[in-house]
Design a protein around this ligand. Structure first.
Ligand SMILES: NC(=O)c1ccc[n+]([C@@H]2O[C@H](COP(=O)([O-])OP(=O)(O)OC[C@H]3O[C@@H](n4cnc5c(N)ncnc54)[C@H](OP(=O)(O)O)[C@@H]3O)[C@@H](O)[C@H]2O)c1
Length: 373
C-alpha cells in the first residue's frame, strides 16, 4: 500500500479535482503491475496498472489507495475492469466519500465474488488526499497560507518594501507551488503596493492558477499587471456585493480587459471569506494558496479557515514597530489557542528555510459536513 501511495502522489497538481490514486497488483507474492491516475480525464490508477501488467492478473490482489469507482465519469468504472481481469482480492486504503461511489464500489466488487478489505494505511491515504476529502465533505477548497518573512517575523519593511525577502531558490519554489494549485489569492493592498503578476514563471506549471484579488471597493487600477495579463491567465476580481452596485462601470471596464468580476456577500465591511470559499468550491477548486498581504492572511487565520501554512524564513533582520506582520488580524489571546496539527516540517531552500505545518486535521475538516451547520 505504501508503494501505491507513493505512486499516487505523482499525480499531484495534474489530477484535481479528482483524487490522487495509486494501484499495485500483486500475484503469487510478486508485483506484476502498477499504475496511478496521471491526469484529470485520463485512465484511473486501476486501469493504468492493468494496462501495464506483465502477464495474467487472474487471482491477483490489487492494492488501491482509494475505493475503486463504480460509475461512468470521464472514464468507465474501475470495478468493471478489476472484475473482467479476474482479480481475486482488492485492498483499499479508504472508502471514497464522492457521492457517486461512497461504498458502492466495494459492494459491486463483493457481489462479483471479490474479497475486499478496507482500511490499510488509512491515515496516510487521508493525509495524501486531504484537499480532495475536504472538498467532498465541506464543499470548500484546501486553504494554504503562504508568506515569506525575515528572521524577526516581518513580511515587509516599514515603507512596505518586500522585494526580496527570500533568495532566488525560495522564489523558484514559490513558483513551483503556484504551478500546482487552482488559485492564488491576494488582497488589494498587495496589488497596490507591489503590482505583482502572480503567474508561474521559471518552472513548468502542472496547471494554471486563477489569480484572485480581494478588492471590496474595486480599487484595482486598469494599469495593474494583473489586469494587463488577464487574457494570458485567468484573473478573478472579488468585490463586495454592495460595492459592485455602485461601481458597475468600473466592473464593465475590468471585464472588457478580460477579468472576471464577481460580488460576494460582505461581512463587517469586508468580503465574507466563508462565502468566497463556498464559491471556489462550487468551481471545483481543490487547492487555494493565499499569498498575502498581512491583512488577508490574518483574516483567514482569525476565521480559522486555513488548513496549512507554508512559511519561507530568510536569515535577514528588518526590525521596526511599523514593519508589516504576516498575520495582521486580531490574533489569538492565549497560547492555549495556538493549535497546530501534525509536526512542522522544515527544509532548506537555498539560504532560506521552508516551514510547513497543518492548521486543520484531515478528519477534523469533516466536522463541517456539506449542508451541515
Ligand atoms: N512577504 C510576503 O510574503 C508578502 C506577500 C504579500 C504581500 N506582502 C506585503 O504586504 C503588504 C500589503 O499587505 P496589506 O496587509 O497592506 O494588504 P492586503 O492584505 O494585501 O490587502 C488588504 C485589503 O484587502 C481587502 N479585503 C477584502 N476582503 C478582505 C477580508 N475579508 N479581509 C481582509 N482584507 C480584505 C481590504 O481592502 P478593501 O476594504 O478595499 O476591500 C483590505 O484593506 C505590502 O507591503 C506587500 O509588499 C508581503
Amino acid at each position: 500500500m505504501r508503494r501505491a501511495l507513493a505512486l499516487a502522489a505523482r499525480g499531484r497538481g495534474r489530477v484535481e479535482p479528482n483524487p490522487m490514486v495509486g494501484c499495485v497488483l500483486v500475484r503469487r507474492g510478486r508485483i506484476v503491475g502498477e499504475g496511478w491516475h496521471r491526469r484529470f480525464g485520463g485512465p484511473h490508477a486501476e486501469r493504468d496498472a492493468l494496462r501495464r501488467c506483465e502477464g495474467s492478473v487472474g487471482g491477483a490482489t490489487a492494492y488501491v489507495t482509494l475505493e475503486p469507482c463504480c460509475h461512468y465519469g470521464k472514464t468507465p468504472p474501475c470495478t468493471e475492469a478489476l472484475i473482467e481481469a479476474g482479480v481475486a482480492r482488492v485492498v483499499a486504503a479508504v472508502a471514497d466519500p464522492f457521492a457517486a461511489v461512497r461504498g458502492r464500489g466495494i459492494r459491486t466488487l463483493r457481489e462479483a465474488g471479490i474479497r475486499v478489505d478496507v482500511g490499510v494505511c488509512p491515515a496516510e491515504a487521508e493525509r495524501l488526499n486531504a484537499a480532495y476529502f475536504k472538498l467532498r465533505h465541506t464543499g470548500r477548497p484546501w486553504v494554504i497560507l503562504k508568506w515569506a518573512q525575515s528572521l524577526d517575523g516581518k513580511i515587509a519593511t516599514r515603507t512596505g518594501d518586500s522585494r526580496w525577502i527570500t533568495g532566488a531558490a525560495a522564489r523558484r519554489e514559490a513558483h513551483r507551488l503556484r504551478g500546482r494549485v487552482d488559485a492564488v489569492v491576494v488582497g488589494i493592498g498587495t496589488v497596490l503596493a507591489d503590482d505583482p503578476d502572480l503567474t508561474c514563471r521559471h518552472v513548468r506549471a502542472k496547471r494554471v492558477a486563477t489569480r484572485i484579488v480581494l478588492d471590496g471597493r474595486l480599487r484595482i487600477p486598469r494599469s495593474a499587471k494583473l489586469v494587463k495579463t488577464a487574457r494570458q491567465a485567468p484573473v478573478l476580481v472579488v468585490t463586495a456585493q454592495a460595492g459592485l452596485r455602485g461601481r458597475s462601470a468600473e466592473a464593465r471596464r475590468l471585464r472588457s480587459a478580460g477579468c472576471e468580476v464577481i460580488g460576494i456577500r460582505g461581512r463587517g465591511g469586508r468580503i465574507d471569506l466563508g462565502a468566497l470559499l463556498d464559491e471556489l468550491g462550487r468551481r471545483e477548486m481543490t487547492n487555494v494558496m493565499v499569498e498575502g498581504g498581512g491583512e488577508v492572511l490574518g483574516a483567514f487565520f482569525d476565521e480559522k479557515l486555513a488548513d496549512e501554512a507554508l512559511v519561507f524564513v530568510a536569515p535577514k533582520l528588518i526590525g521596526g514597530r511599523e514593519a508589516l506582520d504576516p498575520l495582521a488580524g486580531r490574533g489569538i489571546g492565549t497560547m492555549a489557542e495556538a493549535v497546530a496539527f501534525g509536526g512542522a516540517r522544515r527544509r532548506w531552500v537555498g539560504e532560506d528555510q521552508m516551514i510547513s505545518f497543518r492548521l486543520s486535521d484531515d478528519l477534523g475538516t469533516r466536522r463541517r459536513v456539506r449542508g451541515g451547520s
